[in-house]
Design a protein around this ligand. Structure first.
Ligand code: NAD
Ligand code: MG
Length: 410
């Protein structure tokens, strides 16, 4: 088993740990936030703003939300703002930026700026396959990456982990489940792990009669019971495709075989995941559902800092429930297990097919139940490659996006 992040107190780890908190000279860690205007991006800026002595914003990047990005720039005074969409950037007037902040435009500019030696940690929080290229640039440069963009590992896990091993980049998970697993793994050695249990809220349709799933509307699917997130991952939580993608993410991040990965439904979203060791001991990480905690841990690792995340009030009792997922209700889960076991191009194809299917569902072209069904057909039909290059992955990503249209009308 391998992980890019070592335990804070572990000895003899074969991987270097992330830099130990404050940057050299005791200055705050300089952070690049890719996807700054999104749900994870905004929570990241909360964490940075809450600890100015620990963190500073070096670069903030977004796709089209220029107004929001400028407001963030005035608040955090980064060295750079990057607008990836040139048409959106054209709306920025000469006097819109705060003093000391420069503007760069386009995806190529972002890939260049992310390599800047002045950046200590890169928060990869762009949504979807679009996040792969800038994350790849950061890993290639040997950066410490706080990874929210699970698609990077779903699409190209083995390639990214190999690249990180070569460049010395450290990948720290932001996904709450993987952050929990990273923390729990520190209770034993890799060979002592019996299995990993990823918890899932079960989304808004955990108890809704399955025969009504075909009639689910985007509005219903966008109402998540425990987490407030961007629209794409919220739909993925309703289909449980998010958990499917997280199985694949865990497979590569922790270097564990797919058969050691399981999913357990836990409606309260308090136990963020668990590791069972060979002696039967199960280690879990608990906290109220608030992404600012795993984000902060990925920024401060291996240290722990006080921060803005919500805390438990143990004077008020609460119950924790667990139940096995129903595979008939959530067929996406089987696809996740299958893609994690097959490796190769399976993750990239499943991810691309799902991104397009979710787009189709939100636009009213696909029914809720079509999402997993069409993804399954595209996964089955794809010309599987066991050891793809990045170029193969890009080609099959594009192929799957076209194919989903045919498969969903089948
Ligand atoms: P979001 O939709 O709220 O925000 C997406 C961000 O990415 C925005 O800043 C947007 O400007 C930017 N973006 C979109 N397309 C882009 C492109 N082509 N180029 C550059 N930037 C682009 O998404 P989110 O919910 O914050 O999720 C971000 C990532 O974090 C996803 O990979 C998601 O799976 C992962 N994640 C999110 C949560 C959560 O609680 N929201 C939890 C775990 C993991
Ligand atoms: Mg998650």
């Amino acid at each position: 088993m391998s992980s890019s992040a070592s335990c804070p107190t572990a000895e003899g780890s074969s991987h270097r740990s992330a830099d130990s908190g404050l940057a050299s000279g005791g200055r705050p860690l300089s952070v690049a936030v890719l996807g700054a205007t999104g749900s994870i991006g905004r929570s990241t800026l909360d964490v940075i703003a809450a600890s100015p002595g620990e963190f500073s914003a070096h670069l903030l990047a977004a796709h089209t939300s220029v107004g929001h990005l400028l407001e963030q720039a005035h608040r955090l005074r980064p060295k750079w703002v990057v607008v990836v969409d040139p048409a959106a950037a054209a709306a920025i007037g000469a006097t819109a930026l705060p003093p000391g902040t420069r503007l760069a435009v386009g995806a190529d500019a972002l890939d260049d700026l992310v390599r800047d030696a002045a950046i200590d940690r890169v928060v990869s929080a762009i949504v979807g396959a679009a996040g792969l290229r800038s994350t790849w640039a950061a890993v290639e440069e040997g950066k410490t990456v706080a990874l929210a963009n699970k698609e990077t590992l779903v699409m190209a896990g083995p390639l990214v982990m190999r690249l990180a091993a070569r460049t010395g980049a450290v990948i720290l998970p932001v996904d709450s489940e993987h952050s929990a697993i990273q923390q729990a793994l520190c209770s034993g050695s890799g060979t002592e792990v019996r299995r990993i249990v990823l918890t899932a809220s079960g989304g808004p349709f955990r108890t809704r009669p399955a025969e009504t799933f075909a009639a689910v509307t985007p509005e219903e699917a966008l109402r998540h019971p425990t987490w407030s997130m961007g629209p794409k991952i919220t739909i993925d939580s309703a289909t449980m495709m998010n958990k499917a993608l997280e199985l694949i993410e865990a497979r590569w991040l922790f270097g564990l075989p797919a058969e050691k990965l399981e999913v357990l439904v836990h409606p309260q979203s308090i136990v963020h995941s668990m590791v069972e060791f060979v002696d039967g001991s199960v280690m879990a990480q608990l906290s109220p559902p608030d992404m600012r905690l795993p984000i902060q841990y990925a920024l401060s690792h291996p240290r722990r800092l006080p921060g803005p995340a919500r805390r438990f009030d143990f004077t008020r009792g609460f119950a924790l429930e667990f139940e096995p997922p129903d595979p008939a209700r959530f067929p996406a889960l089987r696809l996740g297990h299958e893609a994690a076991a097959r490796g190769g191009t399976a993750g990239a194809v499943l991810n691309a097919a799902n991104e397009e299917a979710v787009r189709g569902f939100l636009a009213g072209r696909l029914r809720f139940t079509d999402i997993a069904a069409a993804c399954g057909r595209v996964l089955d039909a794809h010309p599987f490659q066991a050891d793809p290059t990045l170029e193969d992955i890009r080609r099959l990503d594009a192929w799957a996006r076209e194919e989903i249209v045919t498969c969903s009308s089948a």
